[in-house]
Design a protein around this ligand. Structure first.
Ligand SMILES: NC(=O)c1ccc[n+]([C@@H]2O[C@H](COP(=O)([O-])OP(=O)(O)OC[C@H]3O[C@@H](n4cnc5c(N)ncnc54)[C@H](OP(=O)(O)O)[C@@H]3O)[C@@H](O)[C@H]2O)c1
Length: 264
């Protein structure tokens, strides 16, 4: 399958590292002009330089903006007025005792993980429907389906994204715009690598450490290794393609079989 998205523009929120950076690289390889986003201007510049080494000659737009406010969303719209592919990747996560999570923290998870994605969708969906082509995606998590006891606030935000995605897909019905969410499972990012080494002896080589981590702490994974960010990106690039034109309103799993369920 040849995925050619030349002439399209994407915004990938939270793309200076991890899954977002892999999605940015994957879309750029398919010919997309990609808005690389993070809060810190130097980090955004550094990421663009690294991405440019990875995908030489690609077209990048640095978007050093905190996208969790209306003001931030408006600034993004000034920098990238015509987004064809919106990837709502930004998401914060962290463990907390459910009885200790403050109202403020509950609101923060909703604001960052859900409302910022809703705002950007509200901003860019009308242009996509007018042009008769567009792709909106939300990066959800296995935690959207299996609520972790130690991350109820995170699980809540990811479950909400599935509803948001399904709802906006209905709003975009019949327009040529597709809206989907991607359910990512445990993925090999910097933060997760640190987390693995908190639980497994630091002296152990990475492959062995992640195997021990999966065996002892994530036994329900059928993959029995962490997912590489590129493996999430492949699904996102496919869903962004013309070839995926009949997939909308869906929640697609790239979770290594972690969620013990047939649907979704
Ligand atoms: N890692 C996993 O195992 C896993 C599993 C399932 C789902 N997911 C989901 O996948 C997505 C990406 O996760 P990740 O682990 O790759 O993330 P990550 O490594 O924590 O990266 C977060 C990115 O977001 C940027 N960012 C943070 N706050 C921002 C803000 N207010 N405005 C703009 N950019 C901001 C960060 O850059 P700055 O700090 O410079 O702003 C960075 O580029 C999240 O939605 C997460 O819930 C992850």
């Amino acid at each position: 399958m040849q995925i050619d998205l030349k002439g399209r523009t994407a915004l990938v929120t939270g793309s200076t590292q991890g899954i977002g950076a892999a999605i940015a690289a994957g879309l750029a390889r398919a010919g997309v002009r990609v808005g690389v986003n993070g809060r810190n201007p130097e980090r955004v510049e550094r990421s663009v330089a690294e991405l440019d080494q990875e995908v030489p000659g690609a077209s990048w737009v640095p978007v050093p903006v905190d996208v969790t406010t209306q003001e931030g969303a408006d600034r993004v719209a000034e920098m990238l007025p015509d987004v064809d592919i919106l990837i709502n990747n930004l998401g914060v996560f962290g463990a907390a005792d459910p009885l200790e999570i403050s109202d403020e923290e509950w609101r923060r998870y909703f604001e960052v993980n859900v409302l910022s994605a809703v705002r950007l969708t509200r901003l860019f969906l009308p242009g996509m429907t007018e042009r008769g082509w567009g792709r909106v995606q939300y990066i959800a998590s296995d935690s959207a389906i299996v609520t972790p006891a130690e991350m109820i606030h995170y699980g809540m935000s990811k479950t909400a994204l599935l509803a948001v995605s399904r709802g906006f897909a209905k709003q975009a019905a019949g327009t040529g715009v597709t809206v989907n969410s991607v359910i990512a499972g445990p993925t090999h990012t910097g933060g997760v690598e640190d987390f693995v080494y908190e639980l497994v002896d630091r002296g152990v080589p990475w492959d062995e450490a992640q195997r021990a981590f999966m065996r002892e702490h994530r036994p329900q994974s059928l993959l029995q290794r962490l997912i590489e960010p590129e493996e999430i990106a492949h699904m996102v690039v496919y869903l962004s393609s013309d070839q995926a034109s009949a997939t909308t309103g869906g929640a697609l799993r790239v979770d290594g079989g972690y969620v013990d369920s047939i649907l979704p």
